[in-house]
Design a protein around this ligand. Structure first.
Ligand code: NAG
Ligand code: NAG
Length: 161
């Protein structure tokens, strides 16, 4: 319940920020901070940590993930399933060296890890399936050929109650 409240608070903040910057489409999108308070790091509980976090939520297209980490101490890589399974981070699909707020525009499974030595094998990995959005129009809008969009490299601060 706490998490839902926090996420809603963060969502309100990002919605307000986004509206003022006109960066986000008007369609409702949920915003999740990956790992909640843990952020994006080597999880103390190993790979099960992020799997358990992901299992608490159901993600749909246009949802937004906040990867919170300190630049230089960590990074974020989007990789193929094969590279995810083998922890091969030599050639990621996308790589972010600063904390990133990403919106997902395609219904697909996305695989996340860190390119820093040992981080993937120590369990800093997360796979998330984004289901098709029920509110999507039948013909996909040709806004972008990229399945994900960098919304911000700032970490949106939620009000914690
Ligand atoms: C890792 O991936 C790269 C390119 O994607 C490939 O050339 C390399 O052989 C892979 N390394 C291992 C250990 O599989
Ligand atoms: C991001 O991480 C920093 C350092 O761990 C923390 O102080 C901050 O509250 C986090 N921000 C969010 C939105 O979780």
């Amino acid at each position: 319940m706490n998490n839902i409240i926090v996420n809603n608070a963060v969502l309100l903040v990002i919605a307000a920020v986004a509206a003022s910057m006109m960066m986000l489409p008007t369609a409702e999108a949920a915003l999740y901070t990956v790992g909640d308070d843990l952020g994006w790091t080597i999880p103390p509980g190993g790979a099960a940590t992020y799997a358990a976090w992901a299992a608490k939520h159901s993600f749909v297209v246009k949802d937004i993930l906040v990867f919170n980490f300190s630049a230089g101490e960590d990074d974020l890589a989007v990789v193929t399933k094969e590279d995810f399974d083998t922890c091969n981070t030599t050639n990621p699909l996308y790589e972010f060296e600063e904390p990133a707020t990403l919106q997902f525009l395609a219904s697909d499974t996305f695989y996340f890890t860190s390119t820093l030595a040992g981080h993937c094998s120590k369990g800093q990995k997360l796979a998330i399936y984004f289901a098709p959005s029920s509110t999507d129009s039948p013909s996909p809008s040709p806004t972008s050929s990229f399945p994900l969009k960098l919304v911000s490299q700032k970490i949106m601060q939620g009000t914690r109650t």
